[in-house]
Ligand binder design. Structure first.
Ligand SMILES: [Zn+2]
Length: 78
């Protein structure tokens, strides 16, 4: 007869924590301009890259928002 490791009477010892990204988030911070088509595209790219754990791509996308185009465009693909 096997006994289970966890008794049903034992309080749950490890409450679930929210999922956090185990990365240095400051590397991926940026201030995107909602009206800037480039920013919107890069923002999307950065979020997808983080979700897929492609941190290099995420960093490059966020870096481009920060540094790549100081004068934000107001039209996508202009
Ligand atoms: Zn921009």
């Amino acid at each position: 007869m096997t006994s289970l490791a966890y008794s049903s009477t034992e309080p749950f010892r490890y409450p679930q924590r929210p999922v956090t990204l185990d990365i240095d988030t400051w590397l991926y911070e940026y201030e995107e301009h909602p009206d800037c088509g480039v920013c919107v595209a890069l923002d999307k790219e950065c979020r997808e890259a983080i979700e897929q754990n492609r941190l290099r791509a995420a960093y490059e996308a966020s870096s481009e928002i920060r540094n790549g185009h100081p004068e934000h465009t107001s039209k996508a693909g202009a």
